[in-house]
Design a binder for this molecule. Structure first.
Ligand code: IPM
Ligand code: MG
Length: 356
């Protein structure tokens, strides 16, 4: 079969890690007899430089017409001016919204060989296998009104945490479906003791919990959840939460794995609907401090390409082959700088390809 994949390498280390994920994909293509056709486009800071816009209409259209999108990272000090009209991050948010990818899956697993790189004691990391489902196209990131003005002679800034029932329902149902294939437990994270939007969130979670009696549902306040992620992460399975809460909690959860460079993500519209395009990206940023040196860890992006094969192209065998090869590579001691080694980005990808 032939599949169309749009590549958005982006800024900083993005192009370096995407290039290695593509080498892994090409190896998969030849081994399993598929054809992957790539369209490479600019998005983020590089797109501002080239076109004056972080995401052009044409690039969004190209993404929409492909089977899946693989993204590196966006942003960097060059585009950090708070007064700037456009920012690399705006392109990313417009892309997520434009593709309608309302659920961001961020799995956090701890490889036993990397436990020493985690700030937690090894006994706390035993059995950690969390899937955070972050709502991605609503909440505080997109709510209206939003902006700056002057009110009563004072400068004011407003962001709005807004949710419609259908937005909560669809991400909640997806979380329950994913939990069914795992440990059958959903932790819904909110701030229902303070926020109206969280009370709606909790009400809908409770209703969907009743419709899915085989899944255990628990509600946790976001402050408690952030504490429990550190004191007892093994107790969590699927965690579903609001956009901004999920942004914060997933950075926190990522350090459990020893390095942010290890972790992939998938942003999906609907899990069983091939007509929606999935967006796949490592959870790390553009890491301007190491950009251009060829030393970034490509594993987060390579594992994102495995999620792309699984969720968008329905190539489960190929997806798990990549995941197994990565696991074996780490078991065998291959390490980039972020996890205490000396391998380059390219060499790490080579090690993985060898084990495919
Ligand atoms: C993430 C990032 C983005 C977000 C930024 C770059 C806009 O932090 O993917 O977690 O906040 O969603
Ligand atoms: Mg983030």
């Amino acid at each position: 079969m032939t599949y169309q994949i749009t590549l958005l390498p982006g800024d900083g280390i993005g192009p370096e890690v995407v290039a290695e994920a593509v080498r892994v994909l090409d190896f998969i293509a030849s081994k399993y007899n598929h054809t992957f056709e790539y369209k490479e486009r600019l998005m983020g800071g590089c797109s501002i430089d080239a076109y004056g816009s972080s995401l052009t209409e044409e690039t969004l259209a190209d993404c929409k017409s492909s089977d899946a999108v693989l993204l590196g990272a966006v942003g960097g000090p060059k585009w950090d001016d708070p007064a700037a009209k456009d920012r690399p991050e705006r392109g990313l948010l417009a892309l997520r919204k434009g593709l309608g990818v309302f659920a961001n899956l961020r799995p956090v697993k701890v490889h036993p060989a990397l436990m020493e790189w985690s700030p937690l004691k090894p006994e706390k990391l035993q059995g950690v296998d969390i899937l955070v489902v972050r709502e991605l196209t609503g909440g505080l990131y997109f709510g209206w009104p939003k902006g700056r003005d002057v009110k009563d002679g004072r400068e004011r800034a407003v962001d709005t945490l807004e949710y419609y029932d259908y937005e909560v329902k669809r991400v909640m149902e997806l979380a329950f479906n994913l939990a069914r294939g795992r440990k059958k437990k959903v932790t819904s994270v909110d701030k229902a003791n303070v926020l109206e939007s969280s009370r709606l969130w909790r009400q809908i979670a409770t209703r969907i919990g009743k419709e899915n009696p085989d899944i255990e549902l628990e509600h946790t306040l976001v402050d408690t959840a952030s504490m429990k992620l550190i004191t007892g992460p093994a107790w969590m399975d699927v965690v579903v939460t609001e956009n901004m809460f999920g942004d914060i909690l997933t950075d926190e959860a990522s350090v459990l794995a020893g390095s942010m460079g290890m972790l992939p993500s998938a942003s999906l519209g609907r899990i069983d609907d091939a007509s929606t395009v999935g967006l796949y990206e490592p959870i790390h940023g553009s890491a301007p401090d190491i950009a251009g040196r060829g030393i970034a860890n490509p594993i987060g992006t390579i594992l994102s390409s495995a999620m792309l094969l699984r969720h968008s192209l329905k190539l489960e065998v190929e997806a798990s082959a990549i995941e197994k090869a990565v696991e074996q590579t780490i078991t065998d001691g291959a390490r980039t700088a972020d996890i205490g080694g000396k391998l380059t980005t390219r060499q790490m990808a080579e090690e993985i390809i060898q084990r495919l």
